[in-house]
Design a protein around this ligand. Sequence first.
Ligand SMILES: *Cc1c(COP(=O)(O)O)cnc(C)c1O
Length: 387
Amino acid sequence: MFIKKQRLLTPGPTPLLPRALHAMMASDIHHRTQDFIKLYPTVLRDLKDVYGTQNSDVLITVSSGTGALEASISNFFSEGDKVIVLSAGKFGERWVELAKAFRLTAVVLTAEYGDTVSPERVAQALTENPDAKGVLFQASETSTGAAHNVEAIAALTKPTGALCIVDAITGLGTMPLDIDGWGLDIVVGGSQKAFMIPPGLAFISVSPKAWEANASAKLPRLYFDLKKENKMAVKGESAWTPNVSLILALAESLKYIKELGMDNLVSNAQLLARATRAAAVELGLELFAPGSPSSSVTAIKAPAGMDSGEIVKGFRNQFGSIIANGQGTMKGQIFRIAHLGYFDFPDLFAMVAELEIILHSKGIPVEFGKGVAAVQRIYADAVAGKK
Ligand SMILES: *Cc1c(COP(=O)(O)O)cnc(C)c1O
């Protein structure tokens, strides 16, 4: 038998930054003591730096990403308010579910899985619904590997009374997001994505325009009351008992991201995504979202007649590598390879080599090394300063 190392190649949770993981051991501190009050404001400040905003407040919720998505509804709207929701996959559908759960009136713009909602359709919806109070969408739709044109959608929303609310849980760290420049009112992130730490924290930026909406928003809220959270944050504390271990991990990962530079984190993901697409094409595989592929995750169709679960199983059983199947009706059709966070080229060399072996073992004709060579070429060209 061979040694099999577990490798997480999934779009959340993602590989953990070792120094962040080690920092979690120091969690034997109390959150209402000076030990924590020294730590927390630094974390909030670094988070704001990494988000790249001067104007917005950036807060932390102790929840998975969905908790902060819920907060971005419950804190800024009242029952019956109209919102425009862009739904291009499972996470777009989550926005629709949340809007319904909180009794908002949702105007839903749907795109086929793998596709995105065009800015033209958003412009039309805004014209037809001048009373819309929010535009909700995913920067990167993790279930399909497609990315929305955030800048264009924000530019359309900015002059209206609507808030631009972005689920950037896999957008942060994989694409440029100019919060202040583009007018992104709410930007949600999650710890287990490009932030390189375990699940359990979510992040949310709140613009001055969003705080204004908050002042008259009547939906019920308690645990995810962002006004209360902000009031405590100013004092260097969290509203409720935080998961101290994850705050310690986040402190380290934010330091790492600042050292690396957020721009470099983004271009790292972009280059890995480009190389993955090139490898897929070399291996005769079809991309699921060729029109506007995201750099957070690449969704690849299984060869005709094959269940993508076979490939997922091959990765796990043969190599201990964990990759994601499709979600919902996409299950069995596609497999997804992540690039967000702590991924490097050797991870991708290995992944593509594994894929070649798995395809070969399933009887798909593969020339060994063809996909890997595509990745090597892109890496070598990038290092040589060529595009
Ligand atoms: C991971 C993810 C979420 C959040 O899911 P949780 O399981 O609640 O952390 C939301 N939106 C997108 C686009 C995601 O990738």
